[in-house]
Write a protein that binds this ligand. Structure first.
Ligand code: PEP
Length: 250
């Protein structure tokens, strides 16, 4: 039985005061979340503050990226060791905004995945197709290629150390959600692909859906057989909405 997981990607939003308020609001509602694993991924500068605030709770903290290198002249990057040092248990890697806006290739994402692992951080490994790719009928090929980059570098067993987030690019921040059937179809493909290499890894691997998930559509999406939770952007910025999604995952 895979434990459901709900992770909030706060992206580049917030201030000292709004972050304090948001995390306090999530903490307040956590009594009703008993089964789902809850993770928040604040902007890097707020990670220490959030880590401190959730110390006595079940809420876990993640970063929005991690450097592929461990130390030295990599201006602007943050190493896995540093993230671990300030309380991160998870790190998002390969978010579509990083891939499309900052040119992160499959190979670089795989190296970031590897860096997270070797520093004891669990990667939240994002994959997904653009609208054009979906219309071309190559959704599965794109997801496969993105996963293969990690398998080539780290081996299929490495996937067991993190989670995959299937995020169709056309659904991120657009208000257009994949239908439960569309999402399930890709999740089943992903699990099947991994099962062909290692059935145990596939069975235990959590595959989250991400893309305009909200309190109104979360339950139906997460009730699909191969959807084990959600990676939430916009709706993770309101404690009430985020908590409603956590409840739906239960
Ligand atoms: C995301 O950025 O990972 C995401 C899923 O965003 P949103 O929920 O806003 O579509």
């Amino acid at each position: 039985m895979r434990q459901p997981m709900v992770a909030g990607n706060w992206k580049m939003n917030g201030s000292s005061s709004s972050v304090k308020e948001l995390i306090a609001g999530i903490k307040d509602g956590m009594a009703s979340v008993t089964k789902a694993e809850v993770v928040v991924c604040p902007p890097a500068v707020y990670i220490p503050r959030v880590s401190g605030a959730v110390e006595d709770t079940a809420i876990k903290v993640g970063s929005q990226n991690v450097c592929d290198q461990d130390k030295g002249a990599f201006t602007g990057e943050i190493s896995g060791e540093m993230l671990k040092d300030v309380g991160c248990e998870y790190a998002i890697v390969g978010h579509s905004e990083r891939r499309s806006l900052y040119g992160e290739s499959d190979e670089l994402v795989a190296k970031r995945f590897a860096a997270a692992r070797r520093n004891g951080i669990k990667p939240i490994f994002c994959i997904g197709e653009t609208l054009q790719e979906r219309e071309q009928g190559i959704t599965n090929d794109v997801c496969s290629r993105q996963i293969d980059a990690v398998i080539a570098l780290e081996g299929v067993e490495a996937l067991a150390d993190g989670v995959i987030a299937y995020e169709p690019v056309w659904a991120i921040g657009t208000g257009k959600t994949a239908s439960p059937e569309q999402a399930q179809e890709v999740h089943a493909f992903i699990r099947g692909k991994i099962a062909a290499l290692n059935a145990d890894v596939a069975e235990g691997l959590r595959i989250l859906y991400g893309g305009s998930m909200n309190p109104a559509n979360a339950a139906e999406l997460i009730s699909q057989a191969d959807i084990d939770g959600g990676l939430i952007g916009g709706a993770s910025l309101k404690a009430e909405d985020f908590l409603a999604i956590c409840s739906a995952a239960e």
